[in-house]
Design a protein around this ligand. Structure first.
Ligand code: UD1
Ligand code: CA
Length: 451
């Protein structure tokens, strides 16, 4: 049976107190709605329709790259009304799965189990210690579901029921289409409740199946920022746990944030306060020191990153040693066994095997060969105020401390540059090049004195 997914995302989200539509608030750097869409996509449905309303254009524009259909609900007249906007686009014998755009952590296996029961109405439920606010699942003495009653329409007996409606359900399109036409808004909120289809299924003698989630965080919605951070912490801990089970040592799982996709080898060690964002792959035995941020990086085996580094859009080869306090900026590519030390900034540069830049340097728009030693305080002067220029340093070069290389410039193989030089012209191979005035002493010179 083909699957069609409807994601409800038209609600106001007033309690966020925000100019941003609720479903665009991020969990682990990804909008809530995108979490739901990504999970929906893993189910390979025929269609995904997102019902949008409040802040709709902004939501559509932000998520324009995702392959979903957008359906507008001009007025938010209830969950039943929202689903009714999307149902005309679905073929009669498809299975329809209804999801919520503000319930980001719903799990694809849970959903598969739910819609794989082919007939009748399949409702995802949960058992909550505090069910306040949710629709309650009402059952008869044979334990069959007879209706869902909203909190605002419930008497005390119904309010004491702990089994709740998560809002997520699956049923065949022809049934749903038929039931939706019969909805009314005769209830305390004057809304078209999707939940009223339950009583209709009973009348139609359609079987009603319930599946109860194991982990209640899966079905938690976000209505305010407290709930958002609660889910964020839960999600982070879950990711850390998965990494530990995969062979990563994490010094404190509460002080690691993963905001993207991460691939790991064995025996990695991650110290506290590390953020891994975007797409990050870590080879075997990689060590990451405390307070380090890594975004979009390919890091090979045996790399050691010491504390307080910021690394973005970078490829780091095996056995490199980085930091502490190093900044690797986009389009930097380090080959193997490269050492980048403290207070070194590298931007858009390639550095070949075994080269070392250990202290206080800026290297930008450069190509550095093998076994080069760049002395402390070396600067590539890559910018003339209008354009960026390239610095090329070939194999086995030794650059003395406090050197400025005025780009465009090439330093040939084996050259040595004396400390404190400002190099403006290409440097020939195997030479010593320096640009200093000769040292002299003025004998008997007196410092000025205060009167
Ligand atoms: C709904 C359920 C309730 C369930 C609860 C779970 C109904 C009548 N009630 O209640 O049984 O326990 O969810 O959280 O279905 N939305 C629209 N358009 C609308 C109204 C809502 O797109 O006109 C979307 C919202 O953006 C949200 C979802 O539907 O993502 C749920 O809406 P909400 O108002 O939160 O429903 P509840 O009253 O909490
Ligand atoms: Ca809600």
């Amino acid at each position: 049976m083909k699957l069609s997914i409807i994601i409800l995302a038209a609600g106001l989200g007033k309690r966020m107190n925000s100019d941003l539509p609720k479903v665009l608030h991020c969990l682990a750097d990804k909008p809530l709605l995108q979490h739901v869409i990504d999970t929906a996509l893993t189910l390979e449905p025929e269609t995904i329709q997102v019902v949008y309303g409040h802040g709709g254009e902004q939501v559509r524009n932000t998520l324009a790259d995702l392959s979903v259909q957008w359906v507008e609900q001009k007025q938010q007249l209830g969950t039943g009304h929202a689903v009714a906007q999307a149902i005309p686009n679905i073929a009669n014998d498809n299975m329809v799965l209804v999801l919520y755009g503000d319930v980001p952590l719903i799990n694809s296996t849970t959903l598969q189990t739910l819609y794989s029961q082919k007939n009748g109405l399949n409702i995802l439920t949960a058992k909550l210690d505090n069910p306040t606010g949710y629709g309650r699942i009402v059952r008869n003495d044979k334990n069959q579901v007879t209706s869902i009653v909203e909190e605002k329409d419930a008497n005390d007996k119904i309010k004491s029921i702990q089994e709740i409606n998560t809002g997520i359900l699956a049923t065949q399109a022809n049934n749903l289409r038929n039931w939706l036409t019969k909805l009314d808004n005769n209830n305390s909120q004057g809304e078209y409740y999707l939940t009223d289809i339950v009583a209709m299924a009973v009348v139609d003698e359609q079987p009603i199946h319930t599946n109860t989630v194991n982990d209640n965080q899966e079905i938690m919605g976000v209505n305010n920022r407290l709930q958002l951070v609660e889910l964020e912490r839960y999600y982070q801990l879950q990711q850390a746990n998965n990494l530990m089970l995969a062979g990563v040592t994490i010094r404190d799982p509460n002080r690691l944030d993963i905001r993207g996709k991460i691939q790991v080898g064995y025996d990695i060690n991650i110290d506290i306060n590390v953020i891994l964002a975007g797409k990050v792959s870590l080879g075997n035995r990689v060590r990451i020191g405390s307070n380090t941020i890594i975004r979009n990086a390919e890091i090979a085996d045996d790399v050691e990153i010491l504390s307080n580094c910021v690394i973005e859009d970078v490829v780091i080869g095996a056995g490199c040693k980085i930091g502490p306090f190093a900044r690797l900026r986009p389009e930097t590519k380090l080959a193997e066994q490269v050492h980048i030390g403290n207070f070194v900034e590298i931007k858009k540069s390639k550095i070949a095997n075994g080269s070392k830049i250990n202290h206080l340097s800026y290297i930008g728009d450069s190509e550095i060969g093998k076994n080069v030693n760049v002395g402390a305080g070396t600067i590539t002067c890559n910018y003339d105020g209008a354009k960026k220029h390239k610095t090329i340093i070939k194999d086995e070069v030794f650059i003395g401390s406090d050197t400025q290389l005025i780009a465009p410039i090439t330093v040939e193989t084996g050259a040595t540059i004396g400390a404190g030089s400002t190099i403006t012209k290409d440097v020939v191979a195997d030479s010593l090049t320096l640009s200093r005035t000769e040292q002299k002493s003025i004998i008997g010179w007196q410092r000025p004195k205060k009167k």
